[in-house]
Design a protein around this ligand. Structure first.
Ligand code: HEM
Length: 214
């Protein structure tokens, strides 16, 4: 059973710290990207229809996801305003699916060859997790709905994670002499780390705790 409450049933303070950090980082990086979206630095051969529409469409559809997420994952609101949770949930999951598909195209055609496979995988898995979360809600399987919505958020959060890694890239990848290698490693980490951390929290951690309990 995945829980964010402590033994007394109160929401753990770390939960609030995480969401405050996530929201602040999201707003900061979204503002930081406005310039790129308004006048994209296009790769060779880009035209309105083969890139600009996909790029701007992806950015516009994906941005609300980060701002909706804290409301969707706060247990208080979910319980007190179920209708609002359902509507925001539809917007959240539909946006993940549309932005994910646009991300697959952008990732598969990006000029950096080392980024193509991790970005294409990231966009595809993001789409799948959101679609599974939606189907689970339709079937009223709320355990799996919550788990896959968390997984979708973890991958959508790539927007934030990749920019945090980016800021520290020079230091943490200092042992890699080639800049392209650093870029490729960053993209793979952006795919791998959210999956690793989410699965440790949802599955592997509880299993290990049970296996090693006295
Ligand atoms: C909620 C999550 C996301 C938001 C808010 C978001 C937002 C944005 C924004 C604003 C841009 C344009 C600015 C920039 O390039 O820095 C962008 C570009 C891009 N996004 Fe996302 N994104 C999200 C998730 C993802 C995911 C999961 C993928 C995985 C495929 C992805 C793939 C891309 C690619 C490949 C570009 C760059 C395209 C290029 O440089 O030509 N995004 N995104």
């Amino acid at each position: 059973m995945v829980t964010v409450t402590n033994r007394a049933g109160a929401i753990h303070p770390v939960w609030f710290v995480f969401w405050a950090f996530f929201l602040c980082a999201s707003i900061y990086f979204l503002f930081d990207s406005v310039g790129d979206v308004l006048s994209p630095e296009l790769q060779d051969g880009s035209t309105t229809w083969n890139r600009v529409v996909w790029y701007v469409g992806h950015a516009v559809v994906a941005s609300p996801i980060l701002l909706i997420a804290p409301f969707q994952f706060m247990p208080g609101l979910r319980q007190s305003r179920p209708a609002l949770h359902r509507w925001l949930g539809r917007v959240f999951l539909a946006s993940c699916m549309i932005a994910g598909l646009l991300g697959v195209y952008l990732g598969a055609t990006i000029s950096l060859p080392g980024s193509r496979i991790p970005l294409t995988l990231l966009g595809s898995i993001w789409f799948c997790f959101a679609a599974i979360a939606w189907q689970a809600a339709r079937r009223r399987d709320f355990v799996n709905h919550r788990r896959f919505a968390i997984r979708a958020l973890a991958l959508g959060g790539a927007f934030v994670w990749v920019r945090i890694i980016n800021r520290m890239q020079g230091e943490i990848f200092a042992f890699m002499p080639i800049e392209d290698l650093q870029e490729t490693t960053k993209e793979w980490l952006t795919l791998f780390l959210p999956i690793l951390i989410t699965e440790v929290w949802l599955n592997w951690g509880p299993t290990v705790r049970k296996l090693f309990a006295r």
